[in-house]
Design a protein around this ligand. Structure first.
Ligand code: IMP
Length: 198
């Protein structure tokens, strides 16, 4: 079976491809000739994930899944949330986003935050939603070189290192996206077993 992952991010594709069941061939947007910027105009992560998955299924006819992630900060009433990529402006600059976040939290005692990922899967005329989240806190200075986005300012609960300091294998095992992807893979594996039985 061919399944499209609606992302332009090659790192995400490689990461997910390595984990996928062998009977599924994972295609990127480039593989199907989609170079468009898919509109992300939803007000929630779930709406955006659904928008992206539906765009591909309706316009290209493939079964497809799409993900959307946000950082939810308690002291900021859930911001940056669905606007995490564009928090400091359209340029989607990770450093500018972190600088803005640290400024907003300068006097905040409550540093609690969580990453949330929502995946929407369109398969066999049905839609399924998978979610993953990880709780932690925002520190007051960037630490670490790895990862991307808000990784240098986020420490997951139970750890003393930021996502940008932890080895990638650890991050992938415990992260919001890692957990949502694991749920998707469990679903696809069970589907494969059911098909073998019938
Ligand atoms: P996306 O939906 O995966 O593109 O994520 C939206 C935004 O959330 C990204 O541009 C990042 O700013 C942030 N983000 C998503 N995942 C992570 C992560 O694993 N670490 C840090 N920031 C992330």
């Amino acid at each position: 079976m061919k399944l499209v992952f609606a992302t332009q991010n090659k790192n995400k594709i490689d990461e997910v491809r390595a984990l996928f069941p062998a009977n599924i061939s994972l295609l990127s947007l480039t593989d199907i000739g989609c170079n468009e910027d898919i509109p992300e105009t939803g007000k929630t992560l779930e709406e955006n994930a659904i928008l992206k998955a539906n765009y591909i299924t309706h316009n290209f006819g493939y079964p497809c899944f799409a993900d959307d992630t946000g950082l939810i900060v308690e002291a900021l009433n859930g911001a940056p949330g669905v606007y995490s990529a564009r928090y400091a402006g359209k340029s989607r600059d990770a450093n500018a986003n972190m600088d803005k976040l640290l400024k907003e939290l300068k006097h905040a005692k409550d540093r609690k935050a969580q990453f949330e990922t929502v995946i929407a899967l369109n398969l066999n005329e049905e839609q399924h939603i998978f979610k993953g989240e990880i709780e932690g806190k925002i520190i007051n200075k960037k630490r670490g070189e790895q990862g991307f986005g808000y990784d240098p300012v986020f420490i997951p609960n139970g750890y003393s290192k930021t996502f940008a300091e932890l080895p990638l294998e650890i991050k992938n095992n415990i992260s919001h996206r890692g957990l949502a992807i694991q749920k998707l893979i469990t679903y696809l594996n069970n589907l494969g077993q059911d098909e073998e039985r019938s």
